[in-house]
Design a binder for this molecule. Structure first.
Ligand code: AMP
Length: 285
């Protein structure tokens, strides 16, 4: 595995591979099984796998966790190598932003809800850095986790709107044995908070059961059910519980046709966790 930290070197490294299929896994590092599942999929479908590790300041708000976001390049490099990453791109902030940026990539409407409300500017930061990374790596396919479902919707729309020549591959959320969605931010949780955090996935799975059995029949009932279950846990501070159509994130009349998402964001102390489930009324019910 090659470890590369400049755009120039990366371009030089990838030049001989241009005729082959390049798969790309963008991350912020502190790797876990969720990230590695994206690599596994990329390995299976591509000739060359590039992973980036870059904690992007542009997508963090002023009071968010940019400074304390967990970082461990040595451990990450070992895990990436073991997983079969061919090129690990780890640029500095100065390398990615050598001069003040006067350009932003913004996707409207689908960023007006869910995480877009509590994290203003977040998705413009994500769309901008992903565009930069796509231009640097020029991958054929890029792999994103559905744990960050709104991010997948935003990137897919951006790629279509701007004719960016990359195929976006959404990948299933990888969970801990008790259901908690894996996340680099889980390390912030105290043992008590970690225990309480199980309610996110548990409430979503129960909602899925309620929907399958016909007990939960409207978007409002789904949302209310999940909200009540999460509220029953002390210190679970709900940011949002919402049900939208998928992937266009529009209000839903019914849960009886098409795809939809139930998504949650909850704070435990200083740590904000997100989770979601996707539903397909045509296939599942
Ligand atoms: P991050 O490092 O948190 O920015 O995540 C990098 C990529 O890994 C994103 O596409 C995430 O959606 C994906 N990812 C993070 N956690 C998981 C998970 N538990 N399961 C699947 N993909 C994940």
């Amino acid at each position: 595995m090659k470890l590369i930290d400049t755009v120039r070197q990366l371009r030089r490294e990838l030049k001989p591979h241009r005729a082959r299929t390049v798969g790309f896994v963008p991350t912020m590092g502190y790797l876990h099984e969720g990230h590695l599942s994206l690599v596994k999929r990329a390995k299976a479908e591509c000739d060359v796998v590039v992973m980036s590790i870059f904690v992007n300041p542009l997508q963090f708000g002023p009071n968010e966790d940019f400074d304390r976001y967990p970082r461990d390049l040595e451990r990450d490099a070992a895990l990436a190598r073991e997983a079969g990453v061919d090129v690990l791109f780890h640029p500095s902030v100065r390398e990615m932003y050598p001069e003040p940026m006067l350009t932003r990539v913004e996707v409207s409407e689908i960023t007006d809800r869910l995480c877009g409300v509590s994290r203003p500017g977040h998705f413009a930061g994500v769309a901008t850095v992903v565009t930069k990374l796509f231009n640097i790596v020029q991958p054929d396919r890029a792999y994103f986790g559905l744990k960050d479902a709104q991010q997948v919707a935003v990137i897919q729309k951006m790629v279509r709107d701007l004719h960016i020549p990359v195929e976006i591959v959404p990948c299933e959320t990888v969970r801990e044995p008790d259901g908690l969605a894996m996340s680099s931010r889980n390390v912030y949780l105290s043992p008590e908070e970690r225990e309480k955090a199980r309610i996110l996935s548990r409430s979503l799975f129960e909602a899925r059961d309620g929907w399958s059995s016909g007990e939960l029949d409207t978007p409002e009932e789904m949302t209310e059910f999940v909200r009540k279950r999460i509220s029953s846990v002390p210190d679970a501070d709900i940011d949002y519980v919402e049900t939208w159509s998928w992937p266009d994130l529009k209000p839903l009349g019914t849960l009886h046709d098409g795809k939809f998402i139930v998504a949650v964001a909850v704070r435990f102390g200083k740590t904000r966790l997100i989770d979601n489930l996707l539903f397909d009324a045509k296939e599942e019910r």
